[in-house]
Design a protein around this ligand. Structure first.
Ligand code: XMP
Length: 425
């Protein structure tokens, strides 16, 4: 192992994640564990250099005082009791943390992406051996980085399945195939399930029903592909640290013992491989970049699981789906040209299912409008509007009304969240 480890034991603090981030920012790798971890479990960590008891409000959770297993105090590494809430205000506490990490625990500043990847590859090889891993590769940041990391560790024993449900953005399925199959040489099963999904969704206007159909159909397609394969023992998952660490500790156990597998097939009895489960989102991106993934994949803006399915409002039709895909591609291209890529949190177009009267080529055109949405947010719970400069807006509008079939009008949604959600459905 190339990285030293500091274990943070959660004794009811609401700032475990922030403390872990702070220690990593100081160049030392750290992970959060439940307060009742055993001595044996800690002893099994070969690179453990120190333990921090992160107590928050006097180690009290829901009115009950909690403490660690007494026998861990006989471990052969230094301990410190800490309160990150206090440390944020007091310089002396920060110095104490530095003193603990480097003077008492003797840590080296060896947490970096190169070392993380080397350690992860070593662990993955040990965990997987000569077995095969199946991975649902959506093309999203997390699944793409998992795929790149597993390729490095086990090469051809990784089997990726990319399901094209017809609701991805323009160029995305092609990019997944190009990057993973052609450039990285991965075993990639590409499933063209476009007709199957669109047939299932025909006539369904309720957004929640659409979400349910897309989610269930995805599992079915994936199951069918898995059924055709032999000798698979593991299922790769793009779980990341915020998925498993609950912020704002309400219960004593911060680290969930069993992470939800996201509804993927239970019947297969696969073991899980989750190589990103200790990384924060920006670290996942850095990992992807270090593994050579293109920026367009690594810095991809958030995209909902049901994809364009919830941006083609009401019952999905192929013509409106194409119109939303084309207009979204124009918006993204113009944002990139204007240097806004990565600067605006989320931007996209959507298409309502109402027509309006317009004029095209001197004739009445009863066609659809396209709506532009561009928002900034920290946690997607609230969002503010990105003020797109007028000349850019004008260029985007002109391109959409001239290049996208069936569209005669473009609107710019200026509603913050609340009251409007980011998506319309
Ligand atoms: P709303 O519309 O609720 O969106 O303000 C907040 C964020 O969540 C994304 N979103 C989804 N992501 N499955 C997802 O994986 C979904 O069904 C879904 N609905 C919304 C949305 O794009 C925004 O980033």
């Amino acid at each position: 192992m190339k990285q030293d480890l500091i274990a943070i034991l959660d004794l009811g603090s609401e700032n475990n994640s922030a403390l872990a981030r702070k220690i990593r920012d100081m160049g030392v790798y750290s992970e959060i564990y439940p307060h009742d971890i055993t001595k044996a479990e800690l002893e099994a960590m070969p690179n453990l250099k120190g333990v921090i008891l992160n107590g928050g409000k006097n180690n009290v959770v829901d009115g009950v005082k909690i403490d660690v297993n007494a026998d861990i105090y006989s471990l052969n590494v230094p301990f410190v009791a800490y309160d990150f809430e206090q440390a944020k205000c007091e310089q002396s506490c920060e110095c104490a943390l530095e003193d603990f990490l480097f003077a008492k625990a003797g840590c080296e500043k060896n947490w970096n992406m190169e070392n993380f990847i080397a350690d992860a590859v070593e662990q993955l090889k040990a965990q997987i051996g000569d077995n095969k891993v199946l991975l649902a590769l959506s093309g999203g940041v997390d699944s793409s980085v998992v795929a790149a990391l597993l390729m490095k560790a086990i090469g051809k024993n990784l089997v990726c399945v990319h399901v094209n449900h017809g609701l991805l953005r323009k160029g995305e399925p092609e990019q997944v195939v190009r990057v993973f199959r052609e450039e990285m040489g991965a075993t990639l099963i590409y499933v063209d399930a476009v007709d199957r999904f669109l047939d299932k969704l025909a006539g369904v206007a309720d957004p929640e029903k659409k979400r349910k159909i897309i989610g269930e159909e995805f599992i079915r397609v994936f199951e069918e592909e898995a059924d055709k394969l032999e000798g698979i023992s593991f299922l790769g998952q793009g779980t990341i640290y915020p998925d498993i660490v609950e912020s704002g500790t309400k219960t004593v156990k911060v680290v969930k013992s069993h992470h939800n597998v996201g509804g993927l097939p239970e019947k297969f009895n696969f073991q899980l491989v989750e190589p990103l489960k200790y990384l924060f989102k920006d670290e996942v991106r850095a990992c992807g970049k270090a593994l050579g993934l293109p920026d367009s994949m690594v810095y991809r803006q958030p995209f909902p699981g049901p994809g364009l399915g919830v941006r083609c409002c009401g019952a999905i039709t192929r013509d409106r789906l194409e119109a939303v895909r084309e207009s979204d591609a124009i918006l993204r291209e113009e944002f990139a040209n204007a240097g806004l890529e990565g600067k605006v949190w989320q931007y996209f177009t959507l298409i309502p299912d109402t027509k309006s009267v317009g004029v095209k080529d001197n004739a009445r055109a009863f066609e659809y409008p396209v709506v532009i949405r561009a928002v900034n947010t920290i946690d997607a719970m609230t969002a503010s509007i990105e003020c797109i400069e007028y000349p850019l807006l004008q260029k985007i509008v002109n391109r959409i009304i001239t290049e996208v079939k069936g569209v005669n009008r473009v609107c710019y949604d200026l509603t913050p969240k609340p009251t409007g959600t980011i998506e319309w459905e």
